[in-house]
Ligand binder design. Structure first.
Ligand SMILES: NC(=O)c1ccc[n+]([C@@H]2O[C@H](COP(=O)([O-])OP(=O)(O)OC[C@H]3O[C@@H](n4cnc5c(N)ncnc54)[C@H](OP(=O)(O)O)[C@@H]3O)[C@@H](O)[C@H]2O)c1
Length: 294
């Protein structure tokens, strides 16, 4: 209230001519929300590097139209995104979003609401498996730490669901979307190791269980969207083992031909996203389109 009064006082003290410029600027800012963005608006969360960055690249390069909102923790040091911004200045926005700070998720949703009015595709591409001196995938129960379990759960499961919660009112069918979708799509990057039915090796307690939680939360949201007849579908995607910072320390035992490039994996995943229909809501797909058991 005090801030509001101070703002009003400052506004009244501004010369009349400047006040009218400010009013026009704010009107054009807000009226842009009525504009339908040709080609649709896609958001890639966790876009600073790895699979997320590759999603942004392919969404921009493979479609002639459409806007991409790429989010990351530190936009100023996201060099991959900044070089894409040089090339696609009109079609790419970079927004700050840290999954562990809900206020940044809310602020990002407000920005998208004000600038675009709606969102047609949301890809949660972030994730953590190991962080030097902080988080190590456990090889035995005796190495399990409360702090690791909670951190993996916070970033891999809680964060993406809060993103869906805040973007939900914006998730609508795109008027001019090139993919001619009749539903908005939420795609969460999960991992096959999050499957309980497929768990034969054990280990990686924090990562496995956080991805299993992400799967359950996403499935639960998908049921609610269907019950409310919201034209939104949620899918979970396993990208395969992909050559990124996340997998690098664990690539030694990957069989020959089973380590994918980001380009290959994202091309496959976009194929699944672009073909997704209402009957796919709540399903968990591998990169090759095969369903993965829970
Ligand atoms: N690579 C694989 O083999 C593989 C296999 C199965 C599943 N996946 C899944 O695929 C997804 C992408 O993995 P990747 O290989 O691309 O990993 P990556 O190269 O390590 O990239 C991880 C991304 O997550 C972001 N991130 C981490 N903590 C965050 C936070 N608190 N808030 C917002 N963003 C955060 C990172 O941002 P910063 O740059 O700020 O750290 C980075 O952009 C993950 O969900 C992963 O579990 C990967």
């Amino acid at each position: 209230m005090r801030i509001l009064l101070l703002n009003q006082r400052a506004f009244m003290a501004t010369p009349l001519i400047l006040r009218s410029v400010a009013r026009r600027a704010s009107l054009s800012f807000f009226s842009s929300s009525a504009f339908k963005w040709e080609g649709g608006v896609s958001m890639v969360q966790g876009a600073s590097r790895g699979i997320g960055l590759e999603f942004v690249k392919q969404l921009l390069e493979k479609n002639e139209k459409g806007h991409v909102v790429a989010t990351c923790r530190n936009p100023d040091s996201a060099t991959g995104l900044l070089s894409l911004k040089n090339k696609f200045s009109e079609r790419l926005s970079i927004q700050k979003l840290d999954l562990t700070l809900e206020s940044t998720i809310e602020a990002c949703a407000n920005c998208i609401r004000n600038k675009f009015g709606s969102l047609n595709l949301l890809i949660n591409a972030s994730g953590i498996l190991s962080i030097p001196d902080v988080l190590q995938p456990e090889t035995t129960l005796s190495r399990v730490e409360k702090s690791s379990l909670l951190l993996a759960y916070e970033v891999n499961a809680v964060g993406p669901i809060l993103v869906i919660k805040h973007m939900w009112p914006l998730l609508k069918v795109g008027g001019h979307s090139q993919t001619k979708r009749d539903v908005a799509i939420v795609a969460n990057l999960s991992a096959r190791v999050g499957s309980i039915g497929d768990n034969r090796l054990g280990g990686w307690h924090s990562y496995r269980s956080s991805k299993a939680a992400l799967n359950q939360l996403t499935k639960t949201v998908s049921v609610e969207f269907a019950r409310k007849k919201d034209p939104i579908i949620c899918i979970l995607l396993h990208p395969g083992t992909v050559d990124t910072d996340l997998s690098r320390p664990f690539q030694r035992n990957v069989p020959e031909g089973k380590l994918f490039t980001k380009e290959f994996s994202v091309q496959k995943l976009l194929g699944i996203i672009n073909k997704a229909k209402s009957h796919d809501n709540g399903k968990f797909f591998a990169w090759d389109g095969q369903e993965i058991p829970w």
